[in-house]
Design a protein around this ligand. Sequence first.
Ligand SMILES: [Zn+2]
Ligand SMILES: [Zn+2]
Length: 374
Amino acid sequence: MTRSTDKTRVGVQINTATGFVRRLKRDDLTSADAPAPAHDPGGLLRALVTAQDWRTGAAFEAEGVAAAAALRAGGSPGAAGGIYQSLADCYANLGQHAHAFTLYEQARAAFEAAGDNAGIGSACRNLGACYANLGQNAQALPLHELALASYQAVGDRAGVGSACEALMQCCSNLARFDHALAWGEQARAAYEAVGDREGLSRACRFLGAQYTNTGQPVRALPLLELERAACEATGNRGGVGWACEALGSCYFNMRQYDRALPLYEQARAAYKAAGDRASEARVYQRLVNLASCFTNRSGDVVHLGGSLGGHGGFTRLSPDKIWYCGKQKNECKCGSCDGRCGPHKGCPCEDCFDFMQKHRQMHQMHQQQQQLFQ
Ligand SMILES: [Zn+2]
Ligand SMILES: [Zn+2]
């Protein structure tokens, strides 16, 4: 069957389903009443799932289960599996995971009777998702592994990606981070192969965060750069903020503060543009911490001088453009300072002057420090 006739068929089914719903509403059917019998329960339920009308779909449970039982008895277990699956989807989307679970189990049994690997794969994946939603990750693991095997058997790479991602999430929830990373890498490869950008983005985010948190910034950096580029391409500002913040944290952990600074700045701007004030405040705190990491060659933390006037000694610069360590160094070169290197005005000491010269992005940092300390 070609894609276009498939679409037409789904369209007809949605129209049929919408007609049903309209009729139900017109007849002012209360929840105590049974829905009008459907001519084709399987088709109707598929259409309702496509239309995401979970409530109406669930209302057809009795009729759907009866039709599925008849199909199984009549030697069409695959079609029966489809009906159970549609009903289960409705309950899962209504948040009734325990009930969805029993229906997915029936779908799985029917697909197994039909030898339908794709059906088994999706039933197992959904069973695993039910367990995960009920907080039972250990029980979800073997089901996701079964789903993976089924998808591999039919060569469904998108399915392989989703199963690996589900395994990644389960292992992460169970604090098995090494396993989570391995599954994440497999999910990433599968999504990359089928060109699923959203899936790839989720895998990159997970892996990037895990590598960052486990002190492996060199592995995290290329993934985070990929994620930043993907978010920039789709105009996802919050995503750009997240990626820049994570990149900044990598460089911060590597003690490359000059590289962390502009990234945190970009993160802050992106969060601001996205209206995410909590994240903006978090990055501001990172910037404050970062500022205390700028040290001169003697290891003393340096800050910019004050902006309330005064002179910059021999540098002839305004003190708010000079970095000071605040120590009594007696290294005044203009003859009018008290010998202290700052902290607000006067000659900087040799170490602090050296720091200033080494930093090419002086102006950028000056602006930064002004925002932080004034
Ligand atoms: Zn100094
Ligand atoms: Zn001086």
